[in-house]
Ligand binder design. Structure first.
Ligand SMILES: Nc1ncnc2c1ncn2[C@@H]1O[C@H](COP(=O)(O)OP(=O)(O)O)[C@@H](O)[C@H]1O
Ligand SMILES: [Mg+2]
Length: 266
């Protein structure tokens, strides 16, 4: 529940330390396609940010920059206490540390098909983080309880529904204990009746105080769970603020048009 939203502007109290994410002047081109044209935003600790915007507006590119899956061309990103200046050449060792700050849940699950649910979850902790297998298994079992899938521990992805696969994907990202969780349209590939179980898990994470950035077209989720909404359009964040402003009283014509198309598509 977000009855008491995390204050978005804490600069008068203890300053930037309250922000888990600070993005400044983020730029990214693919060839001639100037996709991100100076993205700026901050994310307060323990808050939920949703990014909405038209297809092709760069939402995925923003998340991929936050997770260093693609390296931006310019701008700065701070996640936790790691700052990367993409205007300079970033050493690989620094990118590895930076990437470990965030966990990503993708549009379609991308679980290893030949590994069981448990093996999928412990892969990162054991192989990447070199944690003890026993500990990783104990953590994974706790995460499976959290996402409501204890009984699926030894099953394989193809034996699960799309919603269950996405919940495993969430558990797998959480297993790496990131500072920040990123979700790229995690329910958009699901049958409608499976959307709720995934959003429910995400809402629980928000309640537990996870810092989250969620690209989604689930406006009701944004309304109920988000502390701030960013509207991405034309390579910038055109409008940002609490859901009661951006979703209910959008200032820009483009935001109004977009919301109308989403909420009333026919
Ligand atoms: N790997 C890539 N190579 C070339 N162009 C890309 C790549 N990824 C994204 N793009 C382009 O960047 C733009 C923004 O894409 P994306 O971030 O996926 O938008 P959104 O998630 O908002 O739909 C689109 O024009 C897309 O075609
Ligand atoms: Mg996308």
């Amino acid at each position: 529940m977000t009855d008491t939203p995390v204050p978005q502007n804490k600069s008068e109290s203890s300053g930037e330390a309250d922000n888990v994410v600070t993005v400044t002047g983020l730029q990214k081109s693919y060839g001639d396609n100037h996709v991100l044209r100076g993205i700026d935003f901050t994310v307060a600790a323990g808050s939920v940010t949703t990014i909405i915007g038209p297809s092709g507006s760069g939402k995925t590119t923003i998340l991929r920059a936050l997770n260093a899956l693609d390296v931006p061309d310019g701008g700065q990103i701070t996640i936790g206490d790691v700052t990367v200046d993409f205007g300079k050449t970033v050493p690989k060792s620094q990118l590895v540390i930076y990437r470990a700050q965030s966990g990503m849940v993708f549009q379609g699950h991308n679980l290893f098909p030949h590994k069981s649910v448990l093996e999928n979850i412990i892969e990162g902790p054991v192989i990447v983080q070199k944690r003890k297998r026993d500990e990783a298994v104990a953590d994974a079992e706790a995460l499976l309880i959290q996402v409501g899938l204890s009984d699926k521990r030894d099953q394989y992805p193809h034996q699960l529904s799309g919603g269950q696969q996405q919940r495993v994907g969430i558990a797998r990202a959480l297993a790496l204990k990131p500072r920040l969780m990123l979700f790229d349209e995690p329910t958009s590939a699901l049958d409608p009746e499976l959307v709720g179980e995934v959003l429910g898990v995400m809402k629980d994470l928000a309640t537990q105080g996870w810092t989250m950035i969620v690209v989604t077209h689930e406006i009701h989720f944004a309304q109920k769970v988000a502390d701030q909404v960013l509207f991405a359009d034309g390579g910038i964040v055109l409008e940002q603020g609490p859901p009661a402003e951006v979703l209910s009283k959008p200032k820009h014509q483009r935001t109004k048009q977009f919301l109308r198309r989403i909420l009333d598509p026919v």
